[in-house]
Design a protein around this ligand. Structure first.
Ligand SMILES: Nc1ncnc2c1ncn2[C@@H]1O[C@H](COP(=O)(O)OP(=O)(O)O)[C@@H](O)[C@H]1O
Ligand SMILES: [Mg+2]
Length: 475
């Protein structure tokens, strides 16, 4: 009963007090020009353009030209012509989430698209384009977040409230590694944004990679590549808005977005339509202004609220890690995980290139013993990598360089440690114990432990540090 009542109240609150409208005076591609209401509109405002058959088409103001407002539609413009009415929609676009949204798949408008009926409405409005808390009011990043992938948990540890990028070309394993996080993380809640993927990919991800078990821990927001650029861009905003709702409930949220590149591409389409000149690789200055606004919404919350740990994938086209979006995103985030096609081709999944990846908050959240272990592993990998060509060609002669000999000795164990099946989860403590076992001093000539028959039992001598952040009170 009270739910019905609060729904009614929400609907009432959303009703405008008066109606302001203009008329369509021009349509060009995806751009609608409105005359008559331009002084009542600002960028980001919405109008319902009424098509000839009476259907309202929600549009958003993206700019002004020659005393006309320029709008783009969230759907197709079929049936819109000159003289059609454009009603101004007042109020800030908002959603009313509840915890019952967990397990559901929604679109960029916050409507259910999973065929499980309408979404229940909560009591509190959450703005779709929310602002991040100011830097000084935010807490520091918290203790370690378990992501269930041992290569990341140990070498690239992610803290609560940290923002990391996952950089990779297509088909190198971004979606797979995200599904591993979803199934194995110890975050309270997961919000997953699938932005601009092909419909088939999004469906396969939801049905195969996530499955029922992954799906029920998460709210999934989807906008596929065939949807309008406004929908694709808004799917990214929606993902953060849902994450902000759970954060304000005091929960630690893991927010995953695949991919932030598609968000940038959607913004590029929108800006180019509005006549903004392109800057770098066709991307407009607005793209580079919007990226930090979006990514900053993830991060620690204010005192008394939870946190949003953000993991954002970046599609590196043609495996060029210096393209403008990669560069911009790398500069904003607190770390990056690079997936390498060459490693994937060798069959090692997840294909993380540890040496090219970094977690900027990690040294501070580790115990000295953990830092020493990780540094040793990195040193051995770097030594191996320096000579990798020669070793693979068989041109390296054992005994020429003691450091390389040691690196070759540990290589199979480290490689086995970094390999993890999609269905396998490894928690933080087990990950450190496995790494310690992989790097344990070996008697010369004995076979590496993991290459022979699985991993040895975790050593008792090694005590992984506990999370440094004090437990937070939950409501
Ligand atoms: N952990 C893994 N174990 C085995 N194969 C994997 C693993 N991760 C990815 N793959 C392989 O890589 C392919 C592409 O992965 P996917 O996650 O779809 O890439 P992307 O999202 O980057 O396009 C998968 O079809 C799968 O065969
Ligand atoms: Mg993918």
């Amino acid at each position: 009963m009270s739910a019905i009542f609060s729904n009614l109240l929400n609907d009432l609150a959303k009703l405008p007090e008066r109606r302001i409208f203009g008329r369509v005076v021009g349509v060009q591609g995806m751009l609608v020009e409105i005359g008559g209401a331009q002084t009542n509109l600002s960028v980001g405002d919405r109008c319902a353009v009424i098509a000839r058959d009476g259907r309202p088409i929600t549009c958003e103001v993206i700019g002004f030209r020659a005393a006309r407002a320029l709008l783009m539609p969230f759907s197709v413009l079929d049936g819109v012509g000159l003289g059609c009415r454009a009603e101004v929609i007042e109020g800030v676009p908002a959603i009313y989430p509840t915890r019952d949204w967990l397990g559901r798949v929604i679109n960029a408008m916050g409507e259910a698209v999973d065929g499980k009926g309408a979404l229940p409405a909560g009591e509190r409005a959450v703005a779709i384009r929310g602002r991040p808390p100011s830097a000084h009011s935010r807490q520091r990043v918290g203790g370690k977040l378990d992501l269930g992938v041992r290569a990341i948990n140990t070498f690239l540890t992610c803290c609560r409230g940290q923002r990391m990028g996952i950089f990779a070309g297509s088909g190198v394993g971004k979606s797979s590694v995200m599904s591993m996080f979803i199934r194995n993380t110890n975050a309270d809640v997961i919000v997953m944004g699938l932005v601009g993927e092909r419909g088939r990919e999004a469906r396969e991800f939801i049905e195969d990679d996530l499955g029922e078990e992954g799906l029920k821990r998460a709210v999934t927001v989807v906008a596929t590549s065939d949807e309008s650029p406004l929908m694709r861009r808004q799917a990214a905003y929606m993902t953060l808005a849902v994450a902000e709702y759970f954060r304000d409930q005091g929960l630690d949220v893991l927010c995953l977005m695949d991919s932030v590149t598609r968000f940038a591409m959607a913004q590029r389409e929108i800006s180019l339509s509005a006549g903004e000149p392109p800057a770098s690789k066709g991307y407009t200055p607005t793209v580079f202004a919007e990226l930090p606004k979006l990514l900053e919404r993830a991060g620690p919350g204010v005192e008394g609220s939870g946190s949003i740990t953000g993991l954002f994938t970046v599609l590196v086209e043609g495996d060029d890690h210096n393209e403008p979006i990669s560069d911009a995103v790398r500069g904003i985030l607190d770390g990056h995980i690079v997936l390498d096609r060459a490693i994937a081709e060798r069959g090692r999944y997840p294909a993380i290139n540890i040496l090219r990846s970094v977690s900027r908050t990690m040294p501070g959240c580790n115990s000295p013993a953990e830092n020493a272990l990780v540094a040793k592993g990195r040193r051995l990998m770097a030594a191996y990598e320096n000579m990798a060509e020669l070793i693979r060609l068989g041109a390296y002669r054992k005994g020429s360089d003691p450091e390389t000999d040691t690196a070759i000795h540990y290589h199979p164990a480290l490689d086995a440690f970094l390999t993890q099946a999609k269905t396998e989860g490894t928690d933080l403590a087990t990950g450190y114990a496995m790494l310690e076992a992989a790097l344990a001093p070996q008697i010369e000539m004995s076979p590496p432990p993991m290459a022979a028959k699985g991993f040895p039992a975790p050593s008792r001598s090694f005590q992984p540090s506990r999370s440094p952040a004090p437990p937070r009170k939950r409501d």
